[in-house]
Design a protein around this ligand. Structure first.
Ligand code: NAP
Length: 484
């Protein structure tokens, strides 16, 4: 029998247990008999210790040269690259995604660290012409102080990496709380920085439930900024709870449409819908969850979409050939099954939507990918984020009607138009209310070096994440008037 490891917090340069000694277990969603690990069930005292350690470390860290800070990111990236295979397998065990995708996620986190190590070096201030010959006016950007990073379970290493890397390289110190449903990948990211020689207190890692550690990580006087990715409900609570002098950046939910209007585009749209809607078991914030299809091509589109969906193999993410892994948690399974029942009352189930519980599925959270058609525009499955392998096909009359339906949403994260009509491509980019606009590509996916974020309830209307814009959140501007 293999023993289940217990993983620790990392606070003030030490791997340490929670003060209470309490732990919680994390289970493999493909087989809940497999316990991935025990993690520290931290409380407010642990969270406060982490915040104080980060506050204490700030002054020395911000004074370290940019190159020295960047070197730590580069060394941490190399560590992640060296261990991407085993760390990816752990990620599959804790979250369920296929092992190739999980390994890629570690490589992408490494790429993010390398990108920010370079990009931050040329992100400076401006000078301003003025009438006083003896005066130079310029801005300088400075780090904020302690930053709280809170991340979700669906990308448990690439999302915190795109927050922690710019925060650290800009000279901030960090307290990082991973999702309780996938804490091990976040621990590996922290370990990479530790192995790279990050000074004590600069990066702190605290596991524990949102209710136990959240209020301190959000409300502590020393916290100058909070970068959060997760549900709109939690993001809104955190944004409201933060003080006026604490910056917030909330990356939240989506209900992302893909639009197809022309018979010539059906096969491509089917392919993009399957990839964007069902990869990661539909658990991507930018996943395709609504397909807006011109009425006259809808029957053919649905028939081909169902045929392609039928070829997908549901299974354990560790098995080669698996297209769709389990849902990540028991809660996710319950929510998705509830929405499938709601969908059956609101619309027509074309295929899928079954819980699999026989043979190799007996101890996991497996559901077959579901497609609904005849979905009314005001149906709950057309409006609410489900965050699972469920696609609502909605009929539209034409381009204008498609834009009107697409924009009639509380969310505005990502949207895609499938078309060969060049005149529509640019129009779409202007007409659609989404922070990420795709043409002939999946709604999912974004570059490390380009800004990412949503409109409306998909993000706070503050700062973008990723790319050069992603640095701005972690810096404050001073304007200097220097006379001779
Ligand atoms: P979640 O339930 O909101 O949790 C996200 C993280 O926030 C977890 O670490 C959670 O801790 C913590 N948390 C929740 N409430 C908190 C509070 N009041 N104070 C402090 N921390 C709190 O979201 P999730 O289920 O992990 O992730 C799925 C959601 O994330 C979906 O809505 C998806 O669209 C969104 N998402 C958005 C993006 C984007 O970039 N826009 C990317 C990925 C995912 P515990 O785990 O301990 O509860």
């Amino acid at each position: 029998m293999t023993t289940v490891p217990t993983f620790l917090n990392y606070i003030d340069g030490e791997w340490c247990a929670s003060r209470s000694g309490a732990t919680f277990a994390n289970l493999n969603p493909a087989d809940t008999r497999d316990v991935v690990g025990h993690f520290q069930a931290s409380d407010a005292a642990d969270a406060k210790a982490a915040v104080l350690a980060a506050a204490k470390a700030f002054d020395a860290w911000k004074r370290l040269s940019m190159s020295a800070r960047a070197k730590i990111l580069i060394d941490a990236a190399a560590y992640l690259e060296r261990h991407a295979q085993p760390f990816g397998e752990e990620l599959t065990r804790e979250e369920g995604k296929q092992k190739a995708l999980a390994k890629d996620e570690f490589l992408r986190a490494a790429q993010t660290l390398r990108y920010y190590a370079v990009e931050a070096q040329s992100y400076g201030g401006e000078t301003f012409p003025n009438d006083d010959a003896g005066m130079t006016v310029y801005t300088q950007r400075e780090p904020l102080g302690v930053v709280t990073v809170i991340s979700p379970w669906n990308f448990p290493v690439s999302i915190p990496a795109r927050k922690i890397a710019p925060a650290l390289v800009c000279g901030n110190t960090v307290v990082f709380k991973p999702a309780s449903d996938a804490p091990l990948s976040g621990l590996r990211l922290t370990e990479a920085f530790v192995e790279a020689g990050i000074p004590k207190g600069v990066l702190n890692f605290v596991t524990g439930s949102a209710s136990a550690v959240g209020p301190t990580l959000v409300g502590a006087r020393e916290v100058r900024a909070i970068s959060f990715t997760g549900s709109t409900t939690a993001g809104e609570q955190i944004h409201r709870a933060a003080s006026m002098s604490t910056r917030t950046q909330m990356e939240l939910g989506g209900k992302n449409p893909l639009i197809v209007l022309d018979a010539r585009d059906i096969d491509r749209a089917v392919d993009l819908t399957v990839k964007g809607g069902f990869s990661l078991t539909g658990q991507a914030c930018t996943g395709t969850s609504r397909v807006l299809v011109a009425r006259d091509i809808r029957a053919v589109f649905v028939e081909r979409l169902a045929a392609k969906t039928a070829t997908l193999k549901v299974g354990n993410g560790m098995d080669t050939g698996t297209d769709i892994g389990p849902l990540a948690t028991a809660g996710q399974l319950q929510t998705v099954l509830e929405y499938i029942e709601i969908g059956k009352r609101e619309a027509t189930l074309v295929c899928g939507g079954e819980r699999l519980s026989h043979g190799p599925f007996a101890n996991g959270f497996f559901v077959t990918p579901a497609i609904f058609c005849d979905v009314p525009r005001n149906a709950r499955i057309a409006r609410e984020e489900i965050f699972g392998p469920v696609i609502a096909v909605i009929d539209v009359d034409d381009y204008a009607d498609a834009i009107s339906v697409a924009n009639d949403s509380d969310y505005g994260l990502a949207a895609s138009l499938v078309t060969q009509d060049a005149s529509l491509m640019h129009r779409f980019a202007s007409d659609i209310e989404a922070g990420t606009v795709k043409i002939n590509r999946t709604t999912t996916g974004n570059l490390v070096n380009a800004p990412f974020g949503g409109l409306k309830q998909s993000s706070t209307a503050t700062f973008r994440e990723s790319g050069r814009d992603g640095l701005e959140f972690y810096l404050q501007i001073k304007t200097v008037y220097r006379g001779v």
